[in-house]
Design a protein around this ligand. Sequence first.
Ligand code: ZN
Ligand code: ZN
Ligand code: ZN
Length: 304
Amino acid sequence: MPKAIHSIWWDDNLGPSVGRSYPETDNLTSEEALIIFMGHGVNREAEIGYSKLPRGLFISYMKPPNCIAIHLKEDENPTIIERNVLRLVKYIDFNSDTWDAELQRAFELLNELIDETSGAELLTNPGVKKLVEDFAKKRMTSIKPKHVLRASVRYPEAYDYFGTDDAEVVRLLKDLEDENLLESRTYGRRIECRQCGASDLTVELLCPKCDSNDIHKVYTLFCPKCSNQFHAVMMDDIAEVVCQHCKEPIKVGELSIIDVEPLCNQCGTASNDPRIVFRCASCGKYLRGADLLAGTGLAYYPKK
Ligand SMILES: [Zn+2]
Ligand SMILES: [Zn+2]
Ligand SMILES: [Zn+2]
């Protein structure tokens, strides 16, 4: 259970300023608020921020112009807290008039989410139960990823009105157009497969010399245990790599990747500039420039 939750507010004259805290005994200083806020980049582009302050680690979430920050206990796993902060934020009303109550509610909910998604509680989830059973009975052997780039359309300007569920925002805008409150007009281009109309892509890397897709990746990695950098070739199906410096095993899900250099298994070419090929994630069509920009973007205006 984290120590506290804080809000940091953007003020047009003062910049980032200390908002509320829960529990109220654990307030931020304005210096701390500034450091946490700036951890999201000058343009507030990063959604999640990590700030290591003298009194501990803070994980923050930016929803411009405001930000919330969670103060972690020493032994807490930051990746678990980050996942649950991302679960939490859709339940926070960032425009609340009663921030004291809102923050208290958020803090309690965060703790519930952390409980629900760990230990014995996690195993009471019916989906989890079924998965464990299916693994045991070999009905399922692994869960493999499909790397899809989601070229989704978003309308951030509508979030204050309709919430942040992008697909629902698009549906509502279409509803409003059908009800003659809004009209849509062309705006830019969007990615759309000309064969099937889908907007999801997969990316393939090919050797720039021989076009083979049999490519190894040589990673430059950061060891969280000894803070040194080391190189490793990562094949599929490994769970841990061993740091060359401190010889400690590190879970692959916890690695920080600093650089990757692809190495072709067919012709031995190492290149930082492999050929990049996009395919439609739905029908597999090889997408060329015209496909990538085939769709028409839509902007919405009040209906005259
Ligand atoms: Zn397609
Ligand atoms: Zn190490
Ligand atoms: Zn090659």
